[in-house]
Design a protein around this ligand. Sequence first.
Ligand code: TYD
Length: 225
Amino acid sequence: MANQITRGRFITLEGGEGAGKSTQAARLESRLRARGFESVLTREPGGSPLAEQIRSAILSGAIAPLGPAAEAVMFFAARIDHLRHTIRPALEAGKWVICDRFSDSTRAYQGALGNLDPRFLRELERVTVGPTRPDLTIVVDVPAELGLARARARSAFVDRFEAEGLAFHEALRSAFLDIAGEEPRRCAVVDGTGDADAVSDSIWGIVCGRLIDSAESPPEQKAAP
Ligand code: TYD
C-alpha cells in the first residue's frame, strides 16, 4: 500500500511594521524542525522567483499611483505564483509552511487602509487562494510607534509602506486586531513588545496547543516506543 502523506500545516505570521514577525517566523521554523517536523520558511510578497520580481515592483512604489485596488491585484498575482511553486507543493509533501505575511496583510494594508470593498478582496481570495487557507495565523501585536521605531532602526531604506505616517500604522494595528477578532478559531494575537525569547515562547505555546498536540506525530516520533 502506498504511503499516505498527511498534508502539512500552514501557519502565517501577520502584523504591522517592526512587529518582529520575520525573527519569530524563523524561530518557529527551527523549533518545528527540532521537534522533527519538516518545514519551509517563506514570505510575502515573494517566496517564489516570479513573486519576488513582483515584490520589487510593489515595494519600489511603482504601482502605488494606480491605487490600492491595483496593488491588491499585484499582491494576489504574486500570491498565485507563491502558492503554486512553494506553498502547495510543500503542504502536499507533508511539510509545514511558515509564511511571513499572507492574505491578511492584503486585507489590512490594501483593504482596511485603502478602503477597498471587502467583497472585492474576498472574491480575489476565493479565486486565488481557494482552499489553501492558513490553519493558524499569529498576529504579532506592537504599538505602532514602537513598531515604526524598530523598522526604521533596522534599515536606512524606507519602503513604500514604512514611509506612511503614524496614523496609518495605528489604523493598521487596529485592522489586524479586527481580523483576529473576526476569526478567533484561525487567529491568535501575541504581544510582541517583549524580548524575542518571550515572544517566541508565547507563539510556541499557541502552536503546540492548537496544532501539534492534535497533529499526527512526525515519523521519528511514531517509531518511538
Ligand atoms: P517587508 O520588507 O517584507 O516588510 P515586513 O518586514 O514589514 O513584512 O515588506 C512587505 C511590505 O508589503 C510591508 O510593508 C507590508 C506590505 N504588504 C501589503 O501591503 N500587502 C500584502 O498583501 C503583503 C503581503 C504585504
